[in-house]
Design a protein around this ligand. Sequence first.
Ligand SMILES: C[C@H](O)[C@@H](O)CC(=O)C(=O)O
Ligand SMILES: [Mg+2]
Length: 418
Amino acid sequence: MLHKIINLTVRDVRFPTSVEQHGSDAMHTDPDYSAAYVVLDTDRGLRGFGLTFTLGKGTEIVVCAVEALAALVVGKSLQEIVSDFRGFYRLLTSDGQMRWLGPEKGVTHLATAAVLNAVWDLWARSEGKPLWKLLVDMVSHRKFRSKVCVQDVITISCSVCMQKEGYPAYTTSCAWLGYPDQQLKQLCTDALKSGWTKFKVKVGADLEDDIRRCRLIRQMIGPNNTLMIDANQRWDVAEAISWVSRLSEFKPLWIEEPTSPDDILGHAAISKALAPLGIGVATGEQCHNRVMFKQFLQASALQFVQIDSCRLGSVNENLAVLLMAHKFQVPVCPHAGGVGLCELVQHLILFDYICVSASLDSRMCEYVDHLHKHFTSPVVIQDAHYMPPKDPGYSCEMLEASVQKHQYPEGDVWKLQL
Ligand SMILES: C[C@H](O)[C@@H](O)CC(=O)C(=O)O
Ligand SMILES: [Mg+2]
């Protein structure tokens, strides 16, 4: 634990996913999946790896914000940080010179996530455990004190179940908005063959297109598999209600991000209007902090909590949201995909199941089939389930060759594109 952090580097790593329309939705029509990728060096040689997910040019700004936070991290020992992790979290989020940019939202919060993800990775590596196990052991050894009592639901059987069967996942890879119908069909056929039973479709740009695409997917997957739809904030409240009502014949389980991610009462109105149709509201990938989640939960404005390992202030803030979701009995179905989000969030959802919810009812974690090959410990999916990671850390170390190749603008991939 006496690892002293002696250096922080951050790099702008981008993947040209927009070329083939991977990741496209009604609001992000040309997304280049990117990461501000952080490496912490310590005096004993152990390293911590973290990242935050972003898109394209925005990465430049996040990189600057991480650089601005570096001085608060370098020089500290891991012991010093984790013995008062709350204080360290506050140091990063309440720095007098930078707090005005947030607080706890936007670019500085994405940067905070990148740095703290690297610290958690370092901690888990120093203990020789995958992060989810570090968290589970902390609860078992009662290192967490929480107002929401979770200890009574910790069961060894939950852990054993995960090792055997893994955590259920759904796929978003078949139906990005920019994919032509033929591609949708082919991807759906392949996914069904590989055991996928839950599918998310992008909607929101054009109603007639949505009707055609949802009909096609519903026909492909049949009446018993699960369909979700995601509008990525495209509508206002009234429009969301009428648009989704038109899509209700395809029996979506949820509509994701129907309107502005900050409009809590708008989400509440949409939830209320769609409840009789059996459609819930899911949101969270752009819900910028625990206070927002608190109010979404208090206002019954969502029926599925989509935590995000990089939007919130790392593990610290995600744990608070998991506990609140448990208190309100709202299932957590994390946002993943992007670059590295699946690798990261699998740890949090395993912890949620083993130590907090002990339930798989209405619960599943997003999966997107892109960019995993760039990680040293990529996610393992078996029969549409996330299998618990075994390697020490938080699973977000990237292969150095991949980083060099995709670093913007000097990497080979970008030299060819620019
Ligand atoms: C821009 C991203 O691809 C976004 O569409 C992801 C998303 O909404 C999701 O995975 O859900
Ligand atoms: Mg989404």
